[in-house]
Design a protein around this ligand. Sequence first.
Ligand code: PMP
Length: 397
Amino acid sequence: MDKLDFINKELDRLKEAGLLINIRTVEGPQGAWITVDGKKALNLSSNNYLGLANDLQSKTASHNAIDTFGVGPAAVRTIAGTTTLHKILEQKLAQFKGAESTISFQSGFCANLAVIPAIVGKEDVVFSDELNHASIIDGCRLAKTRVIRYKHCNPEDLQEKIQVEKDIERKLIITDGVFSMEGDIAPLPEIVEIAEKYNAITMVDDAHGEGVLGRGGRGIVDHFNLHGKVDIEVGTMSKAFGVVGGYIAGTKQLTDYLVQKGRPFLFSSAVTAADVSACIAVVDTLNKSDCLVRKLWSNTGFFQERMKQLGYNLGITKTPITPVMIGDAKMAKEFSQKLFEEGIFAQSIGYPTVPAGKARVRVMLSATHSEKDLTWAIDHFERIGNSFNILERRFEA
Ligand code: PMP
């Protein structure tokens, strides 16, 4: 028997279950309308919440940085990869987030892989929301720590579970800020209260809150006015910032510690000057005006209200992440395909990213969309929804 036979078997199984990921190829810059697989389509799939992925100021900053610093970092941060640009970015991010200090990483995923094993190990325990992102799950696995999953956004369940473990010395509570598949927001004030009661460390992954929640997009801690009360804030610059990169915000003590202990920081090359410069430009843009954040939210209200009026089930979203609940994974795929044929790029998402039977088409709203774009999309959703009988079936989330 071919020793790699299991690969074909698994790929066949995924295909049969409608779970095989087919990658579409984008030709050109991100924006409201993009060319995908040779076809012009309304882009409802990107995390480009504020439209900054093709922003002129960011691009100019990147061009200038390449002229000054070249293209590659040629080293990890702790050897020869830290430039003045990295320092400026980290200072500006700290000021933007209202934190004492930040340390940047190659991505949000890397930030989670860096911080969790640096904070907890075998003797400790992590309390993790059951819908936390894969990078948190993998960070916990790397840490070889004990993980206790609590029910999604359920402080009562967290309280019960932490009470049982109250004598463990080091306890870490981790939650996504905005949940990437549901679009709901973590009950951070209640989580912080429980953490204070049990002397637990708190960590929030603000990947989808960055540039979206809080004053001018300062994130979930700002949204709930919890400055100084959350020990570890994870951020990403790969979504609303429109660039790529991640960071941890917290005390100087924490970031000094991560310089010594954050393994992706120590053992993988630094982010390029072009990316770092674009991120600096984004912080400057967000500091100047909140008009992009306001446009994102007015688009969100407009689209979600009309979709609900049509009879769509949008789950429990409270943010621009808009899960259009379908249920069956195959049907969600077909629905997404039909949308694409009509010029709408909105991806279907099934198991294991979301629980089996809760497949959906995830619509990501952006400040780049005009009301005309969204009205056009809603008309198509109405027609296609009717042809799939989905508006009557009203799948329960
Ligand atoms: N955390 C969460 C909650 C996310 O949704 C994502 C991206 N899907 C990440 C972390 C990873 O961020 P990045 O793309 O910057 O690696």
